[in-house]
Design a protein. Sequence first.
Length: 291
Amino acid sequence: MRRAVPLTLALAALLLASGTVLGSPLDERGRRVDVEVTESPREVLVGSAFPLALTLTNRGSETYRATLFVYLYAPASGSRCDEGGSTLRGTIQMASRSVDVAPRTTVQVPAPGDVPFHQRVEHGHVDGPGTYEACVFAVDANSPPPGVTFDSDPFPLKVRVENALPEPKFTWTPRTGNTSTVFRFTAADDPDPDGDALTYRWDFGHMTAKGPANATGREATHQFYPAKSFLVTLTVSDGFGSAQVTEEVVVSRAATPSGDRKLEAPTPAEETPFPGLVALGAVGLARRRSR
């Protein structure tokens, strides 16, 4: 938990003029809120959404209606979130709605089961790539401007301006097979252009009793049915974007088991009903004539 703080130097002057004593455990109305960030990204891409989660603990005696903001401070400036000043580079409002925190309770933001709060860093929030200091500010929506503000401890937020997508490729063995063949698929072990960790997802182009046929991981095995051509798609993601490649796999019918008699069109002799009896009848007729 950090003390109630100004958002900027100008705001600090307004707070002092209003009689708010910064650094007091509770303000004059008995309010004090601890802001703790519980989930933050390792790195973000400008223009892309990223998840953020936190808890708000109201240690005061009345309900605190918090409007939440993320503040970004310039890289390597040495400034901390509670100092304000000209190193402030961007302000991101976390949600359009406020969060009510009852006295002596803790609220999770987002609440369990709710859609995660996804923030977005735009070009106007940053000077360029680098590691910014970020803080979450809770501003009391029920107070007259400038409001009573509490902030979280700072956390680093690495900002990337551009992202090079991976270039997916894959091979499979055997190259041809039938409905009894187990094919092995292997994605190329090429590093990501930016050095990001990669994830792999396979779509084998048909449905099963359990749903779409798919798999994850750099390698996967699969057996196809029925005999036809299948479009296999590999999607490679680097955490900031993804790219796909699709290849055609041709599957033939399985070979007839060697122990089975191959069915062929009958010969004229086979078409004669009871050929053995016909032959015996002919022998008997020849014997009677010889007598």
